[in-house]
Design a protein around this ligand. Structure first.
Ligand code: SAH
Ligand code: SF4
Ligand code: F3S
Length: 468
């Protein structure tokens, strides 16, 4: 195919070339117009928003933090639980109000909710003021959609396909710490989870593309890279000729990036090789997010998690033994259909044994189209809330206990932001991913500094620069 006039060329990882849209450089339709992005959900969405911001800036848009000033509002949505859903529809009300006073305001909805047929139908019926809906598989076509809006509502949700479009127009939120996608989608189909439906099947990026991206980030002075995937351990398994996640981690560590992290790993196929590589390289941070979901074998089976309580505990103990000073956090769901008090006590038992550094805890939320949404669920809401409360008390006790161990110690911290609590201070993370608010001058931003911990709370630490 010849390159059409006024178009942009993009490579796909299957070596095909695609051509899109009128050349944004020569189009001044959106020059100096302002964009506002509201992002819900996980790190995938946060990183997708960096891509969207990059695309918008290439079209001429400039960012604004003030929604009232915006010419375009993008809602990058999450569908993982009902409350994520409700927040978006709540926010849309506010957008409608803004659009009433500013007729040429463009409102776009994208992200995981856009991949839900029921949501798209609802938008067509009840939200005519949304100008554009686009899905998780076609973000890269956004310029085309925006340059060709014609006043009618446009719904552009494509289904998943086998290849990946390489993009390099991210407008990264941080100059020091970067997200790098290593794979897309999820094939695990845990029975409660909507992600495999909204994000499609597992697709690994080519390792050479990942390494090229990380090398570029290193040369730009980035101090930290976090490899992203819904289940990073599955990296490469969708291809015949790709390296494993353990090998990829090792290759990325060798680029010399000062700090390397990854999220999320599934306990099911976390190999010994992965543990060994994490232990071997000083620049792979001793921090693992290892979602448990439930401590009851019966519930784990109903969730389709593919491991037992004992297997989880064995893996956990192996990590603690082999990776010096490792911090482990988790995700837990309470009130899964059929969960009894004794199932729940199994979960508390795992929390007592693992004494997690932290945990995200959720009440089960039925998602349309998932098998768990059809399971009989007789536990009353109050009982689920009471379980969540008991779980949170225990989780907080242990995260506080773990944080207290840092008191008066000196630890390296990568300072990445102005502290949200006190704008005279900076904030950053220890190698074990503990948030620290540090009394340090602005020149320290982007540096890894030694910090003496002066106070420890359940969710953060306070510290001062260690002068020694
Ligand atoms: N890929 C990650 C999880 C992504 S979703 C993993 O497998 O670990 C983040 C968390 O949301 C999950 O770990 C789970 O604890 C929670 N979650 C997912 N679906 C949910 C649902 N239907 N109800 C309640 N919590 C849910
Ligand atoms: Fe959802 Fe399970 Fe995939 Fe995680 S591994 S994204 S919980 S289906
Ligand atoms: Fe939500 Fe989609 Fe992430 S459903 S958790 S934004 S993959």
């Amino acid at each position: 195919m010849n390159k059409p006039d006024m178009s942009i060329e993009r490579k796909r990882d299957n070596n095909e070339t695609e051509y899109y849209y009128e050349n944004p450089i020569t189009s001044n339709k959106y020059m100096d117009k302002k964009y506002f992005i509201r992002t819900y959900g996980c790190q995938m969405n946060v990183h997708d928003s960096e891509e969207i911001a990059g695309i918008l800036e290439n079209l001429g848009f400039i960012p604004t933090d003030n929604i009232e000033d915006a010419n375009i509002i993008i809602l990058n949505t999450c569908a993982v639980r009902e409350n994520a859903h409700d927040k978006v529809f709540g926010f849309l009300g506010r957008c409608k109000h803004l659009k009433d006073t500013k007729k040429d305001l463009i409102i776009c909805l994208c992200g995981c909710m856009a991949q839900e047929e029921s949501v798209v139908n609802e938008i067509i019926e009840k939200y005519p003021y949304i100008d554009l809906v686009f899905g998780t598989h076609n973000i890269h076509k956004l310029p085309d959609y925006l340059l060709n809006l014609n006043g009618k509502q446009r719904i552009e949700v494509t289904s998943d396909d086998d290849s990946i479009t390489e993009i390099d127009e991210y407008k990264r939120d941080s100059k020091y710490s970067a997200w790098v996608n290593i794979m897309y989608g999820c094939n695990k189909f845990c029975t409660y989870c909507i992600v495999p439906y909204t994000r499609g099947k597992e697709k690994s990026r080519k390792s050479k593309d990942i390494l090229r991206e990380v090398e570029k980030l290193v040369s730009e002075g980035y101090q930290e890279v976090t490899l992203l995937g819904q289940n990073v351990n599955a990296y490469g398994t969708d291809k015949n000729d790709e390296i494993t996640f353990a090998e990829l981690l090792e290759e990325v560590a060798k680029t010399g990036i000062p700090r390397l992290r990854f999220v999320t790993s599934h306990p099911w196929n976390f190999t010994d090789e992965m543990i060994d590589v994490i232990a071997k390289y000083d620049n792979i941070m001793p921090y693992i997010h290892l979602p448990l979901q439930s401590g009851s074998d019966r519930i784990l089976r109903a969730m389709g998690r593919r491991y037992t309580k004992e297997e989880y505990l064995n893996l956990f103990n192996k990590m603690k033994e082999r990776i010096p000073n490792v911090a482990i956090t988790t995700d837990i769901i309470v009130g899964f259909p059929g969960e009894t008090e004794s199932d729940f006590e199994e979960t508390l038992d795992v929390v007592n044994k693992c004494k997690y550094d932290g945990a995200f805890t959720f009440i089960f939320s039925p998602r349309d189209g998932t098998p768990a949404a059809k399971m009989i669920d007789e536990t009353p809401r109050e009982e689920k809330e009471e379980r969540l409360h008991r779980l949170n008390e225990l989780v907080n006790k242990y995260s506080n206990m773990n944080n207290q161990k840092y008191l008066n110690k000196v630890v390296p911290v990568l300072l990445t932001d102005i502290s949200e609590k006190d704008n005279t201070k900076l904030a950053g993370y220890t190698d074990t991913f503990k948030l620290v608010n540090v009394d340090a001058p602005r020149e320290c931003l982007g540096k890894i500094v030694n910090v003496k911990i002066t106070d420890a709370k359940s969710f953060s630490l306070d510290g001062i620069l260690d002068k020694k």
